[in-house]
Design a protein around this ligand. Structure first.
Ligand code: PMP
Length: 329
């Protein structure tokens, strides 16, 4: 049972698979796909109440982040992150020759406004990365904090909302033509389409235009474009899955606390926790012996002794809690 990579535990709706198969018959496979991915961008624009020119799509939100770093980072420029956080942002920034400055979150993984203000003033970042909710901590940054960063950051501000639909607020309504804010989203989690590799951002059309210039021609194939466009028709079903996962997250947190684990509040589809009696590596191995795979974060900076579990289906979560009770007994 894989509860280690924050995928959706549910497959996408059957109706979506049928619609995609039907759509395949109409694809002109001997032609290049729509270079601007207009149908897909239009569907996402309607979903979010923005214009299609405000939507940029790529092969997973990782490629969205890479395109941002290629366009706005590079030699002599700084990308700012607040640790602990998703390691790939620093990695991608490094790959594009962007210097990375890692500032620190508080011990409870929230951001200190004074630390944020000093970091922005000192580093003058070309790109500032925020996460709402953050991976692997699960915490979402406050809206006031994002507004502070928007007011003080000299460059582009990226709010990574890979887990945005599980949270109680989104920065998408803060996007406007006169601010350098972009919000990234993915089809890999809530849309149950990790295998498709599709992500996007909502941002000012001026920024999207720059990103389009950096992306390789025809980087989004025709099947992927259709898959993403059709998925949006099943928004109600996606939201039902999100509601189940949010309810299950509460049950997982209760179960972990009842077993004496230290937990942090989560607004994502995973929970970070720290076993108290036994070392994390022993608990991780014990769970694996029960065929339950979670993520061992204990060697990551600032995450001593921590493990992360993805919220599964109700029966997977029962099996996880049962296995954990036996491992820590
Ligand atoms: N951002 C965060 C915070 C993530 O946790 C992940 C995936 N684990 C991604 C982006 C990348 O997602 P995608 O599958 O869209 O590339």
């Amino acid at each position: 049972m894989r509860l280690n990579t924050n995928e959706s535990p549910f497959p996408p709706p059957e109706g979506w698979v049928e619609a995609l198969v039907e759509e395949l018959h109409g694809i002109e496979f001997h032609r290049y796909p729509d270079r601007a991915a207009w149908g897909l961008r239009k569907a996402l624009a309607d979903l979010h109440g923005v214009v299609p020119e405000a939507v940029f799509c790529a092969n997973g939100s990782n490629e969205v982040l890479q395109t941002l770093c290629l366009a706005y980072g590079g030699a002599g420029r700084v990308a700012l992150t607040f640790e602990p956080t998703y390691a790939l942002h620093s990695h991608i920034a490094h790959l594009t020759g962007t210097a990375v400055v890692e500032e620190q979150r508080r011990d409870d993984f929230t951001l200190d406004p004074a630390v944020v203000a000093a970091a922005l003033a000192r580093n003058q970042p070309a790109i500032t990365f925020l996460f709402s909710p953050n991976n692997p901590t699960g915490r979402a940054d406050d809206r006031s904090l994002v507004e502070q960063v928007l007011a003080e950051a000299p460059g582009v501000v990226v709010v990574d909302e890979a887990y945005g639909q599980f949270a109680d607020w989104s920065a998408i309504d803060l996007v406007s033509d006169d601010r350098g804010l972009v919000v990234t989203r993915t089809y890999s989690k809530t849309w149950a389409m990790a295998a498709v590799r599709l992500g996007y951002l909502i941002g000012p059309p001026g920024v999207v235009e720059v990103l389009e210039r950096v992306a390789l021609p025809y980087h989004l194939d025709a099947v992927k474009q259709a898959a993403g466009r059709l998925a949006v028709r099943f928004t109600d079903e996606m939201e039902r899955r999100v509601a189940i996962i949010v309810a299950e997250r509460g049950r997982l947190l209760d179960g972990l606390q009842r077993l004496g684990m230290t937990t942090w509040p989560s607004q994502a589809n995973f929970v970070l926790w720290r076993p108290s009696e036994k070392p994390a590596a022993v608990v991780w191995r014990g769970l694996l012996d029960h065929s339950v795979l979670v993520r061992d974060c204990s060697s990551w900076p600032r995450l001593d002794g921590c493990l992360r579990v993805t919220v599964g289906t109700p029966s997977e979560n029962d099996r996880f809690l049962l296995a954990l009770a036996q491992v820590v007994a």
